[in-house]
Design a binder for this molecule. Sequence first.
Ligand code: S3P
Length: 170
Amino acid sequence: MSLANIILTGFMGTGKTTLGKLLAKCIGYEFVDTDALIESRAERSIAEIFATDGEAAFRKLESKLVIELAQKEGLVIATGGGLVLDQDNVTALSKTGRIICLTASTEEILARVSNQKTVRPLLQETDPQAKIAELLQQRATIYQQFQQLSTSNLSRDELVAKLLDLTSST
Ligand code: S3P
């Protein structure tokens, strides 16, 4: 029996990792966070990879990992927010399962990323809210190609239930 993967994408701070872990536990799938796996293999943080090697090198690491993950099944995958900017990554992952895009408002994203220890290199700006708005606008058509789930106004349990609904429907 094949176990289609469930891929959670969306902008930084939309809850991909938190919800992905809960969802994986709920359905007995393995959870993979692409950022965390890249960091553990590189033995460096994403911020360090960006600072030393640049964004393009990081994107290559993401694409390499996608090729590897696309060979597997039974995974809940939380992608880095920019991984789906490369259409080849989308094509490869889509073949293995459903991609769902989590969403949140600019204000919620700012509040969430400000409360987290993870350094987001792309948001190290004097006005991070303006940067978030700019990137959201740039990426709008990319994120809109996927089924969307708003993470505002619902509890984590309710969101996991919604994800289960979305992924069990064809
Ligand atoms: C990025 C999102 C980050 C991380 C990197 C770039 C992006 O992941 O991959 O900082 O381009 O949106 P999260 O979405 O998990 O924060």
